[in-house]
Design a protein around this ligand. Structure first.
Ligand code: ATP
Ligand code: MG
Length: 455
């Protein structure tokens, strides 16, 4: 890649100060007034040039982290591998990074790489130009200068932006080896911006994807959330699968997608959940990562559940064991923070309660703090064709619209003239695992029909 400095004056580009958040402007002004260089860079500039709303604002400066800290009371220094300053305004965080420079001849205290070429420490400071070539893609290396509102471009990012191209800066293989997460970022930006990758940026992902296995699982979890909860989750998911990266992040899910066991429902469930997630994000609604993680691992969890049933556990017990097991196994690939794994298990555990509502239990299920998530999950399962959930979904939808008295009436009606759902005959209990799941789904049929009748 040729390095050629171009300065695009304010008249020639579309980024206006008014589009930049007040907090980011405050940081830029204070750095500038203290005599430092201060640029808006990364997604902030890229997205504004594309007429999109930036997710966050990142700032680059020649001030060292300690100098940044001394300028802002609300500043925290974070990261060992890559030291950064976070300026906190309530929940809004402005990230300030000191210009990075080349590693040659630097001590491992500041710059280090492992045998695969992965950068394990990146705290060598440099000039603006050096900083530009250490960034990932040319469209992410455009610098908006707060001094004169111009944009500085060293790597042809402006042209790539206009041509809708995603191009890695420098030697692509070296850059992927330095930080394999750049492959996930490539997929995310290609999906979000609907950009084409240049040949090498594209092709080498297939060859080097395996390097992701060496990345700390907590970082992979963070990236996974950005991929699936960034508003373009479905497209990201499809691209991840095309590039064979999804199987590295969620091997059990990929195996389940490819198995004949669930009649293609694993894929359908994921795609439908992502469609819903993207739609919610587009309309400004919140999304909880635990719900989607519960979707990703639902059918793998079932496969484990059947295994536990075959080893003599009862349905509910097997569900608990399988939930625990599948989460532990997933954590070898992406971590799952406890608050999310707890909620995933709550969503799963609520499914049999929703499928077999009893007079005594239904009101309790309704007042469970996870009811909404569990209910949405049931609707999703129904939507992808899991057997005989339709009437149950209707019943749970209806009960939410009723007042307390009518809700109790609906629950009372469950107890009348019906075979108690969830109770199995002795003969059935002695059946094998797969027969038992079949028996359980027959039971659901029965419940569903009676529920429909009772309404
Ligand atoms: P968004 O915030 O919309 O996800 P972004 O491009 O701003 O996109 P950030 O993760 O906020 O992404 O990073 C800010 C900038 O830091 C990037 O635009 C890029 O210039 C640089 N950067 C981030 N991660 C890497 C990386 N792994 N390798 C090289 N440069 C990176
Ligand atoms: Mg950003």
């Amino acid at each position: 890649m040729k390095i050629k400095k171009q300065i695009i004056s304010r008249k020639e580009h579309s980024v206006a100060r008014d589009d930049i958040s007040n907090n980011a402007l405050k940081v830029l002004y204070r750095l500038k007034d203290a005599g430092f260089q201060a640029y808006l860079v990364g997604g902030g500039v890229r997205d504004l040039l594309l007429g999109q709303k930036p997710k966050d604002f990142d700032i680059a400066t020649d001030a060292h982290p300690d100098e940044v800290k001394s300028l802002f009371r609300n500043c925290r220094l974070i990261g060992r591998r890559f030291r950064l300053a976070h300026i906190l305004y309530g929940r809004d965080v402005i990230e300030v990074a000191t210009f990075r420079g080349p590693h040659e001849g630097k001590s491992p205290n500041h710059a280090d790489q492992n045998e695969e070429g992965r950068i394990t420490r990146d705290n060598v400071y440099g000039s603006l130009e050096e900083d530009a070539i250490r960034r990932d893609f040319s469209i992410n290396a455009l610098y908006y200068n707060i001094r004169d509102d111009s944009i500085v471009d060293f790597t042809g990012g402006m042209a790539d932006l206009n041509n809708k191209m995603l191009c890695m800066i420098g030697d692509v293989e070296t850059r992927y080896r330095e930080d394999p997460v750049r492959m996930l970022r490539a997929v995310r930006f290609a999906a979000k911006l609907d950009f084409q990758m240049d040949q090498k940026t594209n092709d080498l992902i297939m060859d080097l994807g395996y390097l992701l296995e060496d990345i700390p699982v907590a970082r992979l979890f963070d990236e996974t959330i950005k991929l699936f909860q960034g508003g373009y989750g479905l497209r990201c998911f499809q691209l991840l699968r095309e590039y064979h990266l999804f199987e590295l992040l969620f091997p059990m899910t990929e195996a389940s997608i490819n198995s004949s066991e669930h009649e293609g429902r694993t894929l359908k469930l994921i795609e439908q959940a992502l469609r819903n997630t993207d739609e919610r994000i587009a309309t400004g609604k919140s999304v909880n990562p635990a719900f989607f993680l519960a979707v990703l691992l639902w059918y793998p969890m079932h496969e484990h559940k059947n295994h536990f049933i075959e080893h003599g556990e009862h349905e509910m017990e097997a569900l608990l064991s399988a939930g625990r097991e599948v989460i532990i196994r997933q954590q070898a690939h992406t971590s799952i923070p406890k608050r999310f794994s707890l909620m995933m298990r709550e969503i799963w555990h609520m499914q049999p309660q929703l499928q077999h509502p009893t007079r005594k239990r239904a009101m309790r299920t309704l007042s469970n703090k996870r009811f909404r998530a569990g209910y949405d999950f049931l609707l999703l399962r129904n939507k992808v064709g899991e057997t005989e959930l339709e009437s149950l979904c209707e019943w749970w939808t209806a009960i939410q619209t009723k007042n307390k008295l009518d809700q109790e009436r609906m629950c009372d009606a469950l107890g009348k003239g019906q075979k108690k759902p969830g109770r199995r005959s002795k003969r059935r209990r002695s059946k094998t695992g797969s027969q038992m799941s079949h028996a359980a789904s027959n039971e659901t049929n029965h419940t569903a029909t009676s529920l429909a009748n009772s309404e």
